[in-house]
Ligand binder design. Structure first.
Ligand code: NAP
Length: 237
């Protein structure tokens, strides 16, 4: 199950997992985009299923997990969906703080609670939380987003420790600057400055993040848990 699969990194993760042979449930708020993606995946020979999900609404999370479970047991959860509501801390509205923490951190936590019982029973599971380089370094104007993404890393390590005896691994992926809708509105000079700070001298692609997710979801990553895998072109080491 991939949250935030209607576009960007989540869409690339769904495609990569489907290509690797997974039956994929794609979830987000924009159901038309999900149906379109599921159709594309099915046309490619995969099994795919679209589920409506609003991470800001705990009832929606429960409904989505139930709907997904009808399609099959959830062995892999990719907590990818995320939002930004940027602003300097001095002026940040509480509503913007709350919205980001609710979707990015609380939503991811509640999703995990939904999938853990079946993973524990099955003695196999993979949970991959999409954090951010900003959760590791902080970023002026993103106190809410950085807190949510740093929170995901702490949550990842905690649940990894709780679940290790059940063979459920929990890891995070921390992308740097990736070309998606989330970053396309940045002014050109900001983009140029950011690229200048990246040792590999370019932005990353959603597919490059998806490759890390696919690896952590695979049997090959069976001895990796509680880890945060940076996919950032060397921006933060
Ligand atoms: P994006 O293009 O804006 O896509 C975000 C996805 O999250 C969409 O599918 C959106 O779908 C979904 N979403 C947003 N709010 C939601 C909600 N309340 N409930 C359910 N789904 C929701 O972003 P992206 O760049 O692909 O980012 C994906 C993840 O990577 C995010 O967690 C982001 O923080 C992280 N990340 C991105 C970058 C980057 O440079 N792009 C860097 C580091 C980390 P709907 O609108 O259809 O609901």
């Amino acid at each position: 199950m991939v949250t935030g699969a209607s576009r960007g990194i989540g869409r690339a993760c769904a495609k990569a997992l489907a290509k690797a042979g997974a039956r994929v449930v794609v979830a987000a708020r924009t159901v038309e985009a999900l149906e379109e993606l599921a159709g594309e995946l099915r046309a490619g020979g995969a099994e795919a299923f679209a589920v409506s999900l609003d991470l800001a609404d705990p009832d929606s999370i429960e409904r989505a997990a139930k709907a997904a479970a009808e399609f099959g047991r959830i062995d892999i959860l990719v907590n990818n969906a995320g939002i930004t509501r940027d602003g300097l801390a001095m002026r940040m509205k509480k509503a913007d703080w709350d919205a980001v923490l609710a979707a990015n951190l609380t939503g991811a936590f509640l999703m995990i609670q939904q999938v853990l019982p079946a993973m524990m029973r099955n003695r196999w599971g993979r949970i991959i939380n999409i954090s951010s380089v900003v959760g590791e370094t902080g970023n002026a104007g993103q106190a809410n987003y950085a807190a949510s993404k740093a929170g995901l890393i702490g949550m990842t390590k905690s649940i990894a420790q709780e679940m290790a005896s059940r063979n459920v691994t929990v890891n995070a992926v921390a992308p740097g600057y990736i070309e998606t809708a989330m970053t396309e509105t940045l002014p050109a000079e900001v983009k140029e400055k950011m690229i200048g700070a990246i040792p590999l001298r370019r932005v990353g692609t959603p597919e490059e993040v998806a490759a890390a997710v696919r690896f952590l979801a695979s049997e090959e990553a069976s001895y990796i848990t509680g880890h945060t895998l940076d996919v950032n072109g060397g921006l933060h080491m």
